[in-house]
Design a binder for this molecule. Structure first.
Ligand code: GLA
Length: 387
């Protein structure tokens, strides 16, 4: 349970908040590193997230009190007259500043406000705490101004804030998953036209997140490199994005692409196809197919796209070692990679034994336990209350 932002707001700011807002984190079931290729992805929001309580003030500033980066002794200040990028230990504020700046660019002027932020979502675990922070910020301003954005427009605005203020050239998956998911469903997103299709997750499946608790420094620069590789590959294949390439085309241009770009393109094309197959497998509660697609997806992201790492590979292998007869349905790394988490689909009755298995084998190998929690597909971000 999130430590309620409402009571934190009252104790820090000495009055009642006007708005209470919540944004979840997300896992991605399949469709990794293809959102920025106009591809298809299949994430789901989870029941952990970020909560914000806020109320307007007269001064043109935002006073932020948070437990997200260690408990604030006093509120951090953002001047609405100076929405510029912060560096160093304050750089997490860029997620808020970026959203405020993008809203201004879109013609929405935020009032000054005080805000308390609490979370039960780990940061840096590949579960989109940044998208959740951007989205709560946008929703707080919407609540305080009465200006409501369409969820897709809000997601695009938050993505732009992340590009321009956090310097991460991310795709649109996280912001849409956080903003538009539906409880009990995975969200199939077409990242070209932003159409959304909720796909029910069959009963009896538990989602278990295993956070490796490692984050390798390479992540940001390699993310950029992968995008560039894919753009170069698309150029060689003569398509505007790898979404439009076929496996035959990739094969026919193998020499021109060279080994690395060939593998990048092969991942993209096969991963998008896996999303289509996964949607059907999920709709039919076809557990063996779900397991097979997740396994192949992980192998592809590890070998062809090369964004996994030893810890994530170990967790995925340990999950499959547990076996389908004991309740494993499927497992793979989730999110950007280079550390962070794996997502495991497990038969509900096997959750505890499975978690014990993963925890003890990982501890034995790496000398520290992973952080494990069971979760379920939750609703996207929303304004919880407004007075
Ligand atoms: C990060 C990015 C997303 C997406 C994933 C990989 O989470 O923010 O846009 O590219 O990596 O699938």
């Amino acid at each position: 349970m999130i430590d309620p932002a409402d009571s934190r707001f009252r104790s820090v700011f000495g009055r009642a908040p006007e708005a209470l807002v919540r944004a979840p984190g997300r896992i991605n079931l399949i469709g990794e590193h293809v959102d920025y290729l106009d591809g298809l992805v299949m994430p789901a929001a989870i029941d952990r997230g970020i909560e914000a309580a806020a109320a307007k003030i007269e001064a043109p500033e935002v006073r932020v009190w948070t437990t997200l980066v260690g408990e604030s002794e006093r509120p951090h200040l953002i001047s609405l007259n100076e929405l510029t990028i912060r560096s160093g230990k304050d750089s997490w504020l860029n997620y808020l500043i970026g959203v405020l700046a993008m809203l201004r660019e879109a013609g929405v002027e935020s009032p000054g406000f005080e805000i308390a932020l609490t979370a039960d979502l780990p940061t840096g675990a590949g579960l989109s705490s940044s998208a959740a922070l951007e989205t709560v910020t946008a929703l707080v301003v919407e609540a305080l101004t009465g200006i409501e954005q369409d969820p897709v427009d809000r997601a695009l605005l938050c993505q732009k804030a992340e590009h321009e203020f956090a310097g991460v050239p991310c795709g649109i998956m996280d912001q849409l998953a956080v903003g538009a998911s539906r409880a009990g469903h995975a969200l199939m997103i077409d990242c070209r036209d932003h159409s959304l299709k909720p796909v029910p997750i069959p009963r009896g499946i538990a989602l278990v997140v295993a956070d490796s608790r490692v984050k390798h420094a390479l992540g940001d620069s390699e993310y950029r490199n992968r995008r560039e590789d894919c753009e170069t590959a698309a150029g060689i294949l003569g398509v505007s994005a790898l979404r439009d390439a076929t496996l035959d085309q990739v094969g026919a241009k193998a020499d021109a692409l060279g080994d690395r770009l060939f593998r990048r393109a092969r991942h993209a094309v096969t991963e998008i196809e896996r999303v289509r197959e996964f949607a059907i497998a999920l709709e039919n509660a076809n557990f063996p197919a779900i397991g097979r697609i997740m396994r192949t997806g992980h192998d592809s992201i590890r070998d062809d796209f090369e964004v996994s790492c030893e810890e994530l590979d170990f967790l995925v292998d340990a999950a499959y070692d547990f076996g389908s007869e004991r309740g494993l349905i499927g497992a793979r790394m989730t999110g950007g990679g280079f550390g962070g988490s794996t997502v495991n689909l497990v038969r509900e009755d096997a959750t505890e034994v499975f978690a014990d298995h993963l925890s003890s084998t990982y501890l034995q190998k790496f000398g520290h336990p992973p952080s494990l929690f069971a979760t379920h597909a939750a609703d996207g971000a929303r304004i919880v209350s407004l007075s």
